[in-house]
Design a protein around this ligand. Structure first.
Ligand SMILES: [Zn+2]
Length: 400
């Protein structure tokens, strides 16, 4: 009799607990869906902690909570506020912080083998064919072309989620800047991620060339002047780090160099970041673990401040002129570099560069309506001063 009584008490207790859990959950969900506005549920301190690397569990818990509490997880556009309409082209998008949270969350799912493969079905494709991507895509990502870095997959994202710019070594030269500007000003993504990755062949090749261990292959020549400053800086700041140990440091430095190259030559990006419409973040993807190491969120702002104070930055009015000139100047330098440095297939590279140079000029002249007539020779000189030639690597070679 007593036994039965005890069983009954235990059972009642369990039922009571289950009811309590159900009530608690429904309360939490209800309070979440009431928050239609973006960004208002972010606790800055907790957010900062969440994006710090090596805190995956806390990070995931916090991000799940944030994303549960907003009505934007299905990626539908949500108005920030009526007052922003008209002036702010990002008013219809999720906030930068929410966009970053979605990327972090997607990457954690991918790395844990828990991808959900969203937005890949017929319904999404029909949506893509009938609606503007600007209403849906929430991030622009500049990444390496490496086959081990499939961008949408590593963020567990699908169709109309990410505007992707991929180039070996995730450099930020003329075409990449133009593509990024499209992603920010036309697709209106509230975040730009510049993402390097471990074991990057382009960074490794440039590092080995600077260390005098190998020659640059002709197909990488176009990338040398973009990556080289990063590798040199990594070596100069870490004189005790030898051999391939410098490559991870150079890889991170290469991310900052790309961001700096973007800020210097893209007044519109500087403006969007200054106004708070867009956040630029650096990251390094680990091809082995699948995890993304999110770099300092403050550093891009430091780089922006440095660029804003620099006389070398491109001005607002001459954006297209500067872009075009920069392209020509860089390509001319590369031809020079091809002749001067010890390169395989010297003549072929120089020839290819010349052909590319002419082609690019014609194409750009045809596409770009304004600006071409306003070109000033000063812009070219500025460009020449700013970029380093591959030859400048020689003193570093002695050091290494
Ligand atoms: Zn790479």
């Amino acid at each position: 009799m007593n036994d039965n009584k005890n069983k009954l008490v235990t059972l009642s207790y369990i039922v009571l607990m289950v009811i309590l859990i159900v009530i608690l959950n429904s309360t939490r969900n209800n309070s979440g869906t009431q928050h239609g506005e973006t960004g208002q549920n972010i606790d800055p301190a907790a957010y900062k902690e969440a994006v710090e690397p090596n805190a995956q569990t806390t990070k995931m818990e916090y991000l799940n909570q944030v994303l549960e509490n907003i009505a934007t997880t299905d990626n539908r556009p949500v108005k920030k506020s009526a007052a922003d309409d008209g002036e702010n082209p990002f008013a219809a998008k999720i906030s930068s912080d929410i966009a970053i949270a979605k990327l972090i969350q997607g990457n954690i799912k991918f790395a844990k083998g828990e991808s959900t493969y969203p937005n890949l079905d017929l319904e999404r494709r029909l949506l893509a064919a009938t609606e503007s991507q600007a209403a849906y895509a929430f991030a622009t990502v500049l990444s390496c072309s490496d086959s081990r870095v499939p961008v949408e997959a590593i963020f567990d994202a699908g169709v109309m989620d990410i505007f992707v710019v991929r180039v070996a070594g995730n450099v930020c030269d003329v075409d990449e800047r133009a593509s990024i500007e499209y992603g920010l000003t036309h697709v209106n993504t509230p975040v730009l991620v510049v993402m390097g990755h471990t074991q990057c062949g382009a960074v490794t090749a440039v590092t080995h060339a600077i260390q005098g261990r190998d020659e640059i292959e002709s197909n990488l020549l176009e990338l040398v002047d973009n990556i080289q400053p990063a590798v040199k800086k990594a070596i100069e700041l870490n004189p005790d780090v030898k051999g391939d140990d410098i490559i991870p440091i150079a890889t991170e430095e290469n991310v900052w160099t790309s961001i700096e190259d973007l800020f210097i030559r893209s007044p519109v990006t500087r403006e969007l970041v200054t106004k708070g419409y867009v956040k630029v973040v650096g990251a390094v993807y680990d091809i082995g673990t699948g995890n993304i190491n999110w770099l300092s969120e403050e550093k891009p702002l430091d780089i922006l401040a440095k660029v804003e104070a620099s006389p070398e930055k491109a001005g607002i009015t001459s954006c297209h002129t500067e872009e075009k000139h920069h392209g020509n100047a860089v390509k001319e330098e590369k031809i020079e570099g091809a002749e001067e440095s010890a390169v395989k297939e010297d003549s072929v590279s120089a020839e290819e560069s010349t052909v590319k140079d002419d082609g690019a000029t014609d194409e750009e002249s045809a596409v770009k309506e304004n600006g071409a007539a306003d070109e000033t020779p000063e812009a070219t000189e500025e460009d020449n001063d700013q970029k380093e030639t591959p030859q400048a690597a020689e003193p570093v070679t002695d050091k290494a």
